[in-house]
Ligand binder design. Sequence first.
Ligand code: KG4
Ligand code: ZN
Length: 349
Amino acid sequence: MDSKNDIRILAYESSCDETSTAVVKNGREVESMIIATQIKSHQRFGGVVPEVASRHHIEVISQITAKALTQANVTWQDIDAIAVTYGPGLVGALLIGVSAAKAASMATGIPLIGVDHIMGHIMAAQLTSEIDYPALALQVSGGHTEIVLLQDPTHFEIVGDTRDDAAGEAYDKIGRVLGVNYPAGKTIDKWAHEGQDTFNFPRAMMEDDNYDFSFSGLKSAFINTCHHADQIHQELNKYDLAASFQTAVVDVLATKTIRAIKEYQPKTFIMGGGVAANQGLRERMEQEIENLSIGLKPKVILPELKLCGDNAAMIGAAAYNLYNEGKFADLTLNANPSLELPYADKILY
Ligand code: KG4
Ligand code: ZN
């Protein structure tokens, strides 16, 4: 049953290689979520090809708009706002979602809301459980590795960032060396559970007095180990390689995040992004937080696995908070491929 105060948002996400639409009620309830994935088209190239991505987004966006409304059993009259990811991401891909949302807004007169993709990933948590503020998020995806402080539902600040490769990107690159199809994270995660940390790869910046990350040294160490073994015709155990890589990534992410939790003392800890689906990371963070003393223990929200990767429901969740603040966009809204959340403190470099 709807109440008069219910706010229903139709959301679009097209920043990378998934085209997604969703209808979200009150920023909490997913009434429909459609994800048209293009992964198969990009796999043979070993990564996302921007032009191919844009073309696929165009092909499906109208269809999945209608499907999201039908599956939610609503019409345009029931929609209070249209939300869309406008950055960061691939510019051509973002433009398809932004154009579709603007066209829908213009045709129907329904207000438009532009959403930051990273804010969306973090707000997937709101679809799982109530967030108490201040909250701290570990945002780990293919393009970003960040520790983000949330003062309230719309004010986010980066307190730690990656200086080179993002965690997901490192997974995909080492996966390629092991012959794993893009995106490799899920398979490496599975293999890691069948192997041991025997290679002891480097844990860069783990003890440094900041919240930044660096994964390119780990990636190079991994690739060099594999190439060297190749040259001397030595076969390495892929499960141990995966376990060693994953343990190094998780060690660094967990150590720095726990230190940030001790400093900022958030009421809620959130994980978001594709790598937040990683079983090793989820188990480790839950365990580390369980081990904190009572006064320092935040509530933990790990989004459902289907909400960790790119999807429009998370954009609808974030947009609801912006709606409540009256933060609407107009038809000049444009794609911003390098959109960034503000920095709490300019600690980079
Ligand atoms: O958030 P996402 O869907 O897209 C971006 O915004 O980047 O994240 C995709 C990334 C890929 O790099 C993929 O390999 C990684 O998330 N990923 C994982 C797992 N599932 C997906 N990485 C580690 N473990 C997983 N289980
Ligand atoms: Zn993403």
